[in-house]
Design a protein around this ligand. Structure first.
Ligand SMILES: [Zn+2]
Length: 126
């Protein structure tokens, strides 16, 4: 059974606002949420501790993360506009899902969700 991701519109807007502010660097944010059956619903967007924002890759020290099992994944931006995850993205992914927003970071057409294997998941903006 494949996973579906649901995100409230205001959470998506927070992620895309952060992406616009940091452009042409990448933003990175943690996603808090809960999984019910095969649907993961995002409930909160958090700034990770000690994040560094680069032009090619943004990261944070994973050992600084709180032991928080409500973290379902991370969101980051692609200033190139390409929505596909890079190899680094897959190697550094945390949680179950990876959300990517691409330039110009406007609405549903500039965002995609993936699982840890890089397979695209259906994403519903609620
Ligand atoms: Zn990436």
């Amino acid at each position: 059974m494949s996973i579906k991701v649901a995100i409230p519109r205001e959470m998506l807007e927070m992620i895309q606002e952060s992406a616009r502010r940091l452009h042409p660097r990448e933003t990175i944010l943690l996603l808090r949420g809960k999984a019910v059956k095969n649907v993961i619903t995002i409930s909160d967007v958090l700034i990770p501790p000690l994040a560094t924002y680069g032009r090619r890759f943004s990261a944070f020290p994973a050992h600084m993360l709180p032991m928080d099992f409500s973290i379902v994944g991370a969101a980051h931006s692609h200033p190139s506009g390409n929505l596909r995850p890079s190899t680094e993205d897959q190697n550094h992914s945390i949680g179950r899902i990876l959300l990517i927003t691409g330039f110009p970071y406007e609405g549903e057409q500039n965002v995609a969700a993936y699982n840890r294997s890089g397979e695209r998941l259906s994403l519903e903006v609620t």
